[in-house]
Design a protein around this ligand. Structure first.
Ligand code: B1M
Length: 212
Protein backbone atom coordinates (compact mmCIF):
# COMPACT_ATOMS: atom_id res chain seq x y z
CA UNK A 1 0.00 0.00 0.00
CA UNK A 2 2.72 2.46 1.01
CA UNK A 3 4.75 1.47 -2.07
CA UNK A 4 1.71 2.24 -4.19
CA UNK A 5 1.34 5.72 -2.69
CA UNK A 6 5.03 6.42 -3.30
CA UNK A 7 4.74 5.32 -6.94
CA UNK A 8 1.66 7.51 -7.33
CA UNK A 9 3.43 10.49 -5.78
CA UNK A 10 6.30 10.13 -8.24
CA UNK A 11 3.82 9.65 -11.11
CA UNK A 12 1.86 12.81 -10.21
CA UNK A 13 5.13 14.80 -10.27
CA UNK A 14 5.97 13.35 -13.68
CA UNK A 15 2.43 14.10 -14.92
CA UNK A 16 3.05 17.70 -13.75
CA UNK A 17 -0.12 17.35 -11.67
CA UNK A 18 0.34 19.83 -8.82
CA UNK A 19 -3.02 19.19 -7.12
CA UNK A 20 -2.66 15.42 -7.30
CA UNK A 21 0.90 15.53 -5.92
CA UNK A 22 -0.03 17.86 -3.04
CA UNK A 23 -3.05 15.69 -2.19
CA UNK A 24 -0.83 12.62 -1.97
CA UNK A 25 1.80 14.47 0.07
CA UNK A 26 -0.92 15.47 2.53
CA UNK A 27 -2.02 11.85 2.71
CA UNK A 28 1.58 10.82 3.46
CA UNK A 29 1.97 13.59 6.08
CA UNK A 30 -1.09 12.33 7.95
CA UNK A 31 -0.55 8.59 7.42
CA UNK A 32 1.73 5.62 7.93
CA UNK A 33 4.15 6.00 5.03
CA UNK A 34 7.74 6.82 6.10
CA UNK A 35 8.29 10.51 5.34
CA UNK A 36 11.90 9.89 4.26
CA UNK A 37 10.64 7.37 1.66
CA UNK A 38 8.23 9.95 0.26
CA UNK A 39 10.99 12.57 0.07
CA UNK A 40 13.15 10.00 -1.76
CA UNK A 41 10.29 9.25 -4.17
CA UNK A 42 10.08 12.95 -5.07
CA UNK A 43 13.86 13.11 -5.51
CA UNK A 44 13.72 10.05 -7.81
CA UNK A 45 10.98 11.77 -9.79
CA UNK A 46 13.19 14.85 -10.14
CA UNK A 47 15.99 12.64 -11.41
CA UNK A 48 13.67 11.57 -14.26
CA UNK A 49 12.66 15.22 -14.82
CA UNK A 50 16.36 16.09 -15.21
CA UNK A 51 16.86 13.24 -17.70
CA UNK A 52 13.85 14.34 -19.79
CA UNK A 53 15.24 17.89 -19.79
CA UNK A 54 18.71 16.68 -20.76
CA UNK A 55 17.31 14.57 -23.62
CA UNK A 56 15.39 17.59 -24.92
CA UNK A 57 12.01 15.91 -24.32
CA UNK A 58 11.07 18.55 -21.76
CA UNK A 59 11.86 22.26 -21.79
CA UNK A 60 12.53 24.90 -19.16
CA UNK A 61 8.80 25.43 -18.49
CA UNK A 62 8.40 21.79 -17.46
CA UNK A 63 11.64 21.87 -15.44
CA UNK A 64 10.43 24.98 -13.57
CA UNK A 65 6.95 23.60 -12.93
CA UNK A 66 8.28 20.22 -11.75
CA UNK A 67 10.53 22.21 -9.39
CA UNK A 68 7.47 24.07 -8.06
CA UNK A 69 5.59 20.82 -7.46
CA UNK A 70 8.63 19.42 -5.66
CA UNK A 71 8.88 22.59 -3.56
CA UNK A 72 5.20 22.40 -2.48
CA UNK A 73 5.38 18.72 -1.60
CA UNK A 74 8.84 18.87 0.04
CA UNK A 75 7.72 21.85 2.13
CA UNK A 76 4.91 19.68 3.47
CA UNK A 77 7.07 16.63 4.07
CA UNK A 78 10.69 17.41 4.83
CA UNK A 79 10.04 19.25 8.15
CA UNK A 80 8.38 15.99 9.31
CA UNK A 81 11.44 13.81 8.62
CA UNK A 82 12.36 12.13 11.86
CA UNK A 83 15.78 11.68 13.32
CA UNK A 84 17.19 10.92 16.74
CA UNK A 85 17.38 14.39 18.29
CA UNK A 86 19.80 14.90 21.14
CA UNK A 87 19.47 18.55 22.05
CA UNK A 88 21.57 21.53 20.90
CA UNK A 89 24.53 20.15 18.96
CA UNK A 90 26.15 23.25 17.52
CA UNK A 91 25.71 25.67 14.65
CA UNK A 92 25.83 24.84 10.94
CA UNK A 93 25.89 27.53 8.24
CA UNK A 94 24.50 26.41 4.87
CA UNK A 95 23.97 27.96 1.45
CA UNK A 96 23.93 27.28 -2.29
CA UNK A 97 27.01 28.60 -4.12
CA UNK A 98 27.11 31.72 -6.31
CA UNK A 99 25.38 31.36 -9.68
CA UNK A 100 23.27 28.41 -8.51
CA UNK A 101 19.58 28.83 -7.62
CA UNK A 102 18.78 25.20 -6.74
CA UNK A 103 17.59 24.94 -3.15
CA UNK A 104 15.39 21.86 -2.75
CA UNK A 105 18.24 19.58 -1.61
CA UNK A 106 19.79 22.26 0.60
CA UNK A 107 16.44 22.78 2.33
CA UNK A 108 15.94 19.06 2.93
CA UNK A 109 19.37 18.97 4.56
CA UNK A 110 18.49 22.03 6.67
CA UNK A 111 15.18 20.55 7.85
CA UNK A 112 16.77 17.22 8.66
CA UNK A 113 19.83 18.61 10.48
CA UNK A 114 17.61 21.04 12.39
CA UNK A 115 15.38 18.23 13.57
CA UNK A 116 18.54 16.40 14.71
CA UNK A 117 19.26 19.27 17.11
CA UNK A 118 21.65 21.54 15.18
CA UNK A 119 21.14 25.29 14.90
CA UNK A 120 20.96 26.01 11.18
CA UNK A 121 21.79 29.33 9.56
CA UNK A 122 20.45 29.40 6.01
CA UNK A 123 22.28 31.84 3.72
CA UNK A 124 19.91 31.04 0.83
CA UNK A 125 20.94 30.57 -2.80
CA UNK A 126 23.46 32.29 -5.08
CA UNK A 127 25.73 33.04 -2.13
CA UNK A 128 29.03 34.72 -3.08
CA UNK A 129 32.25 33.31 -1.61
CA UNK A 130 32.62 36.36 0.67
CA UNK A 131 29.10 35.67 2.04
CA UNK A 132 30.13 32.21 3.23
CA UNK A 133 33.39 33.48 4.68
CA UNK A 134 31.82 36.35 6.61
CA UNK A 135 29.07 34.07 7.96
CA UNK A 136 31.77 31.74 9.32
CA UNK A 137 33.53 34.68 10.97
CA UNK A 138 30.26 35.96 12.43
CA UNK A 139 28.67 32.72 13.68
CA UNK A 140 31.70 30.51 14.48
CA UNK A 141 29.87 27.38 13.30
CA UNK A 142 30.93 23.79 13.81
CA UNK A 143 30.42 23.23 10.07
CA UNK A 144 29.92 25.10 6.82
CA UNK A 145 27.71 23.33 4.27
CA UNK A 146 27.67 24.24 0.59
CA UNK A 147 25.21 22.94 -1.97
CA UNK A 148 26.04 22.92 -5.70
CA UNK A 149 24.04 21.37 -8.54
CA UNK A 150 25.69 22.93 -11.57
CA UNK A 151 29.04 21.89 -13.02
CA UNK A 152 29.37 25.52 -14.18
CA UNK A 153 29.47 26.72 -10.55
CA UNK A 154 31.46 23.97 -8.81
CA UNK A 155 34.63 26.11 -8.85
CA UNK A 156 32.88 28.30 -6.23
CA UNK A 157 33.62 25.63 -3.60
CA UNK A 158 37.37 26.11 -4.02
CA UNK A 159 36.95 29.90 -3.92
CA UNK A 160 35.18 29.69 -0.56
CA UNK A 161 37.84 27.38 0.88
CA UNK A 162 40.57 29.75 -0.33
CA UNK A 163 38.65 32.66 1.25
CA UNK A 164 38.47 30.80 4.58
CA UNK A 165 42.23 30.25 4.42
CA UNK A 166 42.94 33.89 3.59
CA UNK A 167 40.87 34.99 6.57
CA UNK A 168 42.62 32.44 8.83
CA UNK A 169 39.43 30.58 9.71
CA UNK A 170 39.82 27.39 7.64
CA UNK A 171 41.09 25.43 10.65
CA UNK A 172 38.20 26.67 12.79
CA UNK A 173 35.38 25.13 10.74
CA UNK A 174 34.65 21.81 9.03
CA UNK A 175 33.52 22.09 5.42
CA UNK A 176 30.90 19.71 3.98
CA UNK A 177 29.56 19.85 0.44
CA UNK A 178 26.59 18.26 -1.33
CA UNK A 179 24.53 18.39 -4.50
CA UNK A 180 24.24 16.61 -7.82
CA UNK A 181 27.30 18.27 -9.40
CA UNK A 182 29.68 17.02 -6.70
CA UNK A 183 31.39 13.80 -5.65
CA UNK A 184 33.59 12.47 -2.87
CA UNK A 185 36.60 12.88 -5.17
CA UNK A 186 35.64 16.48 -5.90
CA UNK A 187 35.45 17.21 -2.16
CA UNK A 188 38.91 15.77 -1.65
CA UNK A 189 40.42 17.75 -4.54
CA UNK A 190 38.79 21.00 -3.42
CA UNK A 191 40.02 20.61 0.16
CA UNK A 192 36.60 20.11 1.77
CA UNK A 193 36.36 17.82 4.80
CA UNK A 194 33.45 15.73 3.52
CA UNK A 195 30.95 15.07 0.74
CA UNK A 196 27.30 14.47 1.69
CA UNK A 197 25.46 12.32 -0.88
CA UNK A 198 22.21 12.94 0.99
CA UNK A 199 20.78 14.83 3.95
CA UNK A 200 20.88 11.89 6.35
CA UNK A 201 24.55 11.04 5.69
CA UNK A 202 25.46 14.75 5.85
CA UNK A 203 23.81 15.09 9.25
CA UNK A 204 25.53 11.93 10.53
CA UNK A 205 28.93 13.25 9.43
CA UNK A 206 28.41 16.57 11.21
CA UNK A 207 27.10 14.77 14.29
CA UNK A 208 30.39 12.85 14.34
CA UNK A 209 32.37 16.10 14.19
CA UNK A 210 30.33 17.53 17.07
CA UNK A 211 31.07 14.49 19.19
CA UNK A 212 34.84 14.53 18.58
CO1 B1M B 1 18.14 22.60 -12.82
N1 B1M B 1 19.60 21.49 -13.46
N2 B1M B 1 18.66 24.05 -13.89
N3 B1M B 1 16.52 23.40 -12.12
N4 B1M B 1 17.60 20.87 -12.10
C1 B1M B 1 19.82 20.17 -12.86
C2 B1M B 1 20.76 20.27 -11.66
C3 B1M B 1 20.43 19.35 -14.08
C4 B1M B 1 21.33 18.19 -13.64
C5 B1M B 1 19.27 18.86 -15.01
C6 B1M B 1 19.78 18.12 -16.21
O1 B1M B 1 20.10 18.74 -17.21
N5 B1M B 1 19.86 16.80 -16.14
C7 B1M B 1 21.19 20.49 -14.87
C8 B1M B 1 22.64 20.72 -14.46
C9 B1M B 1 23.62 20.16 -15.45
C10 B1M B 1 25.00 20.39 -15.03
O2 B1M B 1 25.40 21.37 -14.48
N6 B1M B 1 25.81 19.40 -15.33
C11 B1M B 1 20.32 21.70 -14.57
C12 B1M B 1 20.30 22.88 -15.34
C13 B1M B 1 21.11 22.85 -16.61
C14 B1M B 1 19.55 24.02 -14.98
C15 B1M B 1 19.51 25.38 -15.69
C16 B1M B 1 20.86 25.89 -16.19
C17 B1M B 1 18.47 25.25 -16.83
C18 B1M B 1 18.39 26.47 -17.73
O3 B1M B 1 18.06 27.54 -17.30
N7 B1M B 1 18.71 26.24 -18.99
C19 B1M B 1 18.91 26.31 -14.59
C20 B1M B 1 20.00 26.92 -13.71
C21 B1M B 1 19.47 28.01 -12.82
C22 B1M B 1 20.52 28.43 -11.81
O4 B1M B 1 20.66 27.76 -10.79
N8 B1M B 1 21.28 29.48 -12.11
C23 B1M B 1 18.12 25.31 -13.78
C24 B1M B 1 16.98 25.64 -13.06
C25 B1M B 1 16.22 24.74 -12.33
C26 B1M B 1 14.88 25.11 -11.68
C27 B1M B 1 14.90 26.49 -11.03
C28 B1M B 1 13.83 25.07 -12.74
C29 B1M B 1 14.67 23.88 -10.70
C30 B1M B 1 15.20 24.17 -9.25
C31 B1M B 1 14.10 24.44 -8.28
C32 B1M B 1 14.65 24.64 -6.89
O5 B1M B 1 15.67 24.11 -6.47
N9 B1M B 1 13.93 25.46 -6.14
C33 B1M B 1 15.59 22.82 -11.31
C34 B1M B 1 15.51 21.44 -11.00
C35 B1M B 1 14.29 21.01 -10.21
C36 B1M B 1 16.51 20.52 -11.40
C37 B1M B 1 16.54 18.99 -11.18
C38 B1M B 1 15.54 18.36 -12.14
C39 B1M B 1 16.26 18.51 -9.77
C40 B1M B 1 17.16 19.11 -8.68
C41 B1M B 1 16.66 18.73 -7.32
O6 B1M B 1 16.06 19.53 -6.63
N10 B1M B 1 16.82 17.42 -6.95
C42 B1M B 1 18.06 18.66 -11.54
C43 B1M B 1 18.27 17.26 -12.05
C44 B1M B 1 19.03 16.40 -11.04
O7 B1M B 1 19.48 16.82 -10.02
N11 B1M B 1 19.21 15.17 -11.41
C45 B1M B 1 18.47 19.86 -12.30
C46 B1M B 1 16.27 16.86 -5.73
C47 B1M B 1 17.14 17.23 -4.54
C48 B1M B 1 16.51 16.64 -3.27
O8 B1M B 1 18.40 16.62 -4.77
O9 B1M B 1 19.67 18.83 -4.70
O10 B1M B 1 20.87 16.65 -5.16
P1 B1M B 1 19.79 17.38 -4.48
O11 B1M B 1 19.97 17.22 -2.89
C49 B1M B 1 20.21 16.01 -2.19
C50 B1M B 1 21.71 15.66 -2.09
O12 B1M B 1 22.46 16.06 -3.20
C51 B1M B 1 22.13 16.29 -0.79
O13 B1M B 1 20.98 16.13 0.03
C52 B1M B 1 19.80 16.31 -0.76
C53 B1M B 1 18.72 15.42 -0.20
O14 B1M B 1 19.13 14.09 -0.04
N12 B1M B 1 22.52 17.71 -0.74
C54 B1M B 1 23.17 18.21 0.35
C55 B1M B 1 22.32 18.70 -1.60
N13 B1M B 1 22.84 19.84 -1.13
C56 B1M B 1 23.37 19.57 0.07
C57 B1M B 1 24.06 20.40 0.97
C58 B1M B 1 24.54 19.83 2.13
C59 B1M B 1 24.33 18.47 2.40
C60 B1M B 1 23.64 17.65 1.52
O15 B1M B 1 25.22 20.66 2.95
C61 B1M B 1 25.87 20.15 3.99
Amino acid sequence: MSGEILEQLKARLLDLDMDGAVELAELVAGGDVRIADAVNAISEGLEVVGQRFQRGEWFLTELVYAGEIARETMDLLSPLMETASSGPLGTVVVGTVAGDLHDLGKDIFINYARSAGFKLIDLGVDVPAEGFVSAVKEHHPLALGMSCLLTTTDSEIGKVIEGLKRQNVRDKVKVIIGGAALTEQFAENAGADAFAPDAVTGTDIIRGWGAS
